[in-house]
Design a protein around this ligand. Structure first.
Ligand SMILES: CC(C)(COP(=O)(O)OP(=O)(O)OC[C@H]1O[C@@H](n2cnc3c(N)ncnc32)[C@H](O)[C@@H]1OP(=O)(O)O)[C@@H](O)C(=O)NCCC(=O)NCCS
Length: 264
């Protein structure tokens, strides 16, 4: 458990991951929220556990094939533990979980910056939407905003999206936002049933990304964009048809406190 660790243990672990030392309070300034046209992305608060649990309860069937924590996230206690773990991770800048809310306050799902490496300033974006929120462009809008935050405010060198080849909706989020397809990691994860499955890797680096208003790639989608060597949009198109979609999917998530979490 987080509370049981000593400062020295945290310092060792955090030093190894390029994380700020524990005693440095808020060494990296973060916003209270990120706003976009229809959404508010904000860190979790204790009072969010009910909305989170209700969202997972309503969405299990649709989330289960892609997210391997779903069946472990059984009770309201899991939601409470998740929220407190997310708050803790936010405070310590380990991982940045954002609840995705409509401007009227409805909880729509989750996104966040995971696999954080502060030395390299590299981040992986995850996302899921609750039943009823899919098909409105909310994931694109949230990921677009988070990507902008990563490059403009956190000075990211790399922002990644990973997904199962068969997860067409998730792939479309990455591709429509102009993330560059870099390759397929074969048999790199286990799916929720334990079978090996492939992982597609998409990423943006500063040279790919242009601020909003300057020929913004997020407005045009990736199909018009150039790629990096060997990973052009053409390569992306090839990946859709070349039989990569073999392995069952998952997208796991565990907080530093070993609580099952909807990272997504
Ligand atoms: C992955 C996931 C978040 C994608 O959600 P999504 O709603 O399909 O994604 P977007 O926000 O990009 O929405 C795009 C859809 O909204 C439609 N849409 C409606 N209004 C829109 C608008 N104003 N702007 C953009 N798109 C809009 C688009 O036409 C598109 O539909 P289509 O794909 O059928 O053409 C969702 O499917 C999900 O929660 N999946 C389960 C969890 C998961 O797989 N997570 C990712 C693990 S890697």
């Amino acid at each position: 458990m987080i509370a049981d660790r000593t400062s020295a243990e945290w310092a060792d672990e955090e030093g190894g991951r390029g994380m700020p030392a524990r005693n440095d309070l808020h060494p990296i300034p973060l916003p209270n929220e990120l706003r976009s046209e229809r959404l508010v992305l904000r860190p979790y608060r204790a009072g969010d556990a009910e909305a989170l649990f209700a969202a997972v309860e309503a969405s299990r069937q649709r989330l289960r094939p892609w997210l391997d924590w779903v069946d472990d996230f059984e009770t309201f206690d899991h939601a409470r533990a998740y929220v407190s773990g997310a708050i803790n991770d936010w405070t310590r800048r380990r991982e940045l979980f954002f609840g995705v809310f409509a401007v009227d306050g409805r909880y729509l799902g989750n996104t966040g910056l995971h696999n954080v490496d502060w030395s390299l300033r590299s981040f992986e974006i995850g996302y899921w939407l609750r039943d009823g929120a899919e098909g409105h462009g909310y994931a694109q809008e949230a990921v677009r905003r988070l990507t902008r935050f990563a490059f403009e405010d956190l000075h990211a060198n790399r922002v990644e999206i990973r997904c199962d080849p068969r997860n067409e909706r998730s792939r479309r989020v990455a591709e429509r936002l102009g993330f560059v397809f870099e390759g397929c990691l074969r048999n790199s994860r286990q799916d929720p049933t334990g079978e090996p499955r492939d992982t597609l890797v998409y990423a943006l680096v500063p040279g790919d990304w242009k601020p909003i208003g300057e020929d913004d790639p997020f407005d045009s989608g990736c199909s018009e964009r150039g790629g990096i060597d060997g990973c052009s949009p053409e390569a992306t198109r090839v990946s859709r048809t070349d039989g990569l979609a073999e392995g069952p999917p998952s997208h796991p998530g565990r907080l530093s406190s070993d609580i099952v979490v909807p990272k997504g």
